[in-house]
Write a protein that binds this ligand. Sequence first.
Ligand code: GLN
Length: 498
Amino acid sequence: MNNEAIENNSNDGFFGHPIGLRTLFLTEMWERMSYYGMRALLVLYMTGALTGFNPGLGWSSLEAQAIYGIYVGMVYFMVIPGGWLADNLLGHQKAVLYGAIIIALGHFTLALPMEQTFFLGLIFVVLGTGLLKGNISTIVGKLYREDDDRRESGYTIFYMAINIGSTLGFLVCSYLGEKIGWHWGFGAAGIGMTFGVIQFIKSKDLLGAAGAEPNPIDESRRSKMVTWTKVSLVVMFVVILSGLFGLFTVDARLFAESFYYFLCFVAGTYFLYLYFLAGLNSNEKKNLVLLALLFIGAAAFWSGFDQSASSLSIFARDYTDLSVRGYIIPIGWLQFANPIFVVIFAPIFAGAWMHLAKRNLNPSLPIKFALGLALMALSFIVMLYAVELALVSSPVGMRWLIITYLLQTWGELALSPVGLAAFSKYSPKKYVGQMFGLWFTASAIGGVLAGLLGGDALGAGLDSISPVFGFMVRYYLLIALGLIILSFVIKTAKNTEN
Ligand code: GLN
């Protein structure tokens, strides 16, 4: 940017950054608190026994994990239409505000103690997150002028907000949801998001003009877009309502599989379109190939990462000893490991890349992604060992899951912040916004795969885990190897700043 960076954004009121970053920091923190807090309960609630002090829905793990996969996939896929609406019609600030309100509504709907409104609640959270998640990240970038070198560290501070938020979410929602009642946990997520809404409304002015207005387009084009948006919304609501009223039924597993192919098709077609038809020069094409490779690496990575709230949560519940000095901790508390390790290790990773860069030894992007995937593979090797132990004598200690999350967090730090920066740097200039959408589509594919693989893993309890985790380890390592080989082929990726 950024002509939009008006005077009050050039200041340094928030840790040396524009004061508007505080508004975005707190909004994202509350949004991620609600997202991860609820996500930690979702599969446990769906698979929970129908009777007992905290009755769940009693669904099979296969079906529950497929629904979880569809949910996570949809959340990240909706970032694309959410970005389009903000760019063309709403402006990013309004999109974030409306998104936050719809998310809160979704969690409060889930808080109603009835099964009938369960899917409606999930749909609200999906639509709201589609409006909020990508657009809030876009506003972060808009706070800085084009030549402001604080932007990268601005994103690092923003990544901290994500992790402080998820720590809070696991702490509060898992405790209330598991120990008091599922719907209390969902309600707490709604209250968290409401805090986010209130603080966003109160401090929105600090953002100045960043993301306040949609892109300028002529009136006739805009009115066509409004018409199309209205038509799509009506169609969407008719489909959703017919589904909710039982006019058609959906096989979750089949839907998840089809959704996975659909996402791969959309992403593949888009890459091909850009490569062949978007009039890119040869340098831009080379960079696009690099991004396509990173895309595959990222999708594979998230397919393991997102199992923390599906198969790994079920493993924690059924085969792990959760007692600490006589107190049985909530299952979701084990997931603290990820955000806490992020906060501890993020500066170390950032420092290490900078240190290596000074000596001209900074690894290329594919190598960093390969490292991320290798760490993901290693984390599941640890789980394979834990499964062996559990087969001999269950439950096993918590340390296995904690080590697994530690390795996954290292992997996340090698891949996620670097990937975001790579997509902003190497995308063809005209298409940066849509390429960000594509980056989140990798998360969407990963999310659906996490549901499908996790479902397969627990198909026959402990016995079916090893073949699936073993398969995952092999394919993570294979993709990592592919990336390493190709990194020697693609020279453009050399010497990245991250
Ligand atoms: N942990 C990050 C977040 O919540 C990234 C998640 C993802 O892209 N799958 O924003």
